[in-house]
Design a protein around this ligand. Structure first.
Ligand code: SAM
Length: 339
């Protein structure tokens, strides 16, 4: 099923909770938040039913995210339900890694396919300042556990000028040491990034310049069929890394992602102001085909190009600069929508 710009419905990011155990300054900078009401949060059976509907319409990749997904109690039970669906080719998890060492055995046994750990700095003091939690050793333990269990993993790093822009090479070396591929993400002006400003964005071009200065020539890896957000590159010694340039060179034209929040709101774009409520119809007892129809008609009409439109704006500031607005509608937050 294709949207108005010919993009398939394929990739679902499932936020299982809006809660997080970090307070990263680029995502959740405030002291307190308006949380989704607990009674609104979908039960695992409800998530599983909705995933079946999405699969019937073409979704074959699901990524569990949040908030911090490992805060959702008994996440491995959900993984078990999802991994039992043969049509799901790819079941992945994005986590900050703090609770990973404890849970990885259960997640792996339940059928989780892949793991991405978010890690922005190798310095304990920077980690503390950035996240307001002293948890870097726990993240390292999580990464080591992922390496032991899965052999390979990905590491996602948001690059912010004045925070970690001088760590690109060191993070690449670290990734090599744990058999990971690192993906450097441009700082985005999304929901909770109310402190975003253009001068703090380190562009893909600048990242490549810095890495070229350290490693010599860098070659782009051609992947014409890929809808992955990262462009991949190779160093002359064969090591690879990715750059997700959502801010300076968005990939809207190939974006097959949509997002389901923990309370069942479905968003067609990270920058969308409005989503489609799927919890309501589900709990009212609408049938599988009625919900499928609701999803299909929204997808067929989808013409979102949020990141490209933001880029075209010029003179940018944070997408939702007003904290009060975020409080009134927590669905606008990145931690509710899933990164
Ligand atoms: N808690 C999990 C984690 O840390 O990976 C999953 C949710 S988190 C919102 C998902 C990803 O979004 C993380 O890699 C995070 O760094 C990224 N992210 C959050 N705010 C961002 C921003 N303003 N720009 C770019 N990436 C951002």
């Amino acid at each position: 099923m294709l949207d108005a710009l010919g993009r398939p419905l394929r990739n679902l990011r499932l936020s299982v909770t809006d809660r997080c155990n970090l307070r990263c300054e680029y995502c959740m900078p405030e002291d307190d938040y308006t949380w989704l009401p607990r009674e609104d949060v979908l039960h695992f059976e409800e998530i599983s039913t909705l995933v079946d509907v999405f699969i019937s319409l073409g979704v074959d990749k699901v990524r569990l995210t949040g908030g911090e997904p490992l805060l959702r109690r008994d996440l491995s039970s959900l993984v078990r339900m999802l991994s039992a669906k043969p049509a799901l080719r790819d079941l992945a998890l994005t986590t900050n890694g703090i609770l990973l060492a404890d849970q990885i055995g259960a997640l792996h046994a339940a059928g989780l396919g892949r793991i991405t750990v978010s890690l922005d700095t190798l310095h304990g003091d920077r980690f503390r300042a950035l996240t307001r939690v002293d948890a870097l050793p726990a993240v390292h333990e999580g990464i080591q556990a992922a390496r032991r269990t899965y052999g390979r993993l990905k590491i996602d790093t948001v690059v912010i000028r004045g925070v970690n822009h001088d760590e690109l090479g060191d993070l690449l070396e670290y990734a090599t040491s744990v058999n990971a591929e690192v993906r450097f993400i441009e700082y985005m002006d999304v929901g909770g990034a109310s402190r975003w400003s253009p001068d703090r964005v380190v562009s893909r071009r600048e990242m490549l310049e810095v890495l070229t200065a350290r490693y010599g020539a860098i070659e782009p890896i051609a992947e014409p069929e890929s809808s992955a957000p990262a462009d991949r590159f190779a160093l002359s010694d064969g090591r690879t890394f990715g750059i997700i340039s959502s801010t300076t060179a968005p990939f809207c034209r190939s974006c097959d992602r949509s997002r389901l929040t923990a309370d069942g709101m479905w968003y067609l774009c990270l920058y969308a102001n409005r989503g489609t409520d799927l919890r309501g119809p589900l709990r009212r007892g609408e049938t599988f085909s009625e919900i499928a129809q609701l999803i299909a008609s929204a997808w067929i009409a989808r013409d979102d190009r949020g990141a490209e439109q933001r880029l075209a704006l010029g003179g940018r500031r944070a997408f939702v600069p007003v904290q009060d607005l975020l409080r009134r509608d927590p669905h606008l937050e990145m931690h509710t929508r899933g990164g």
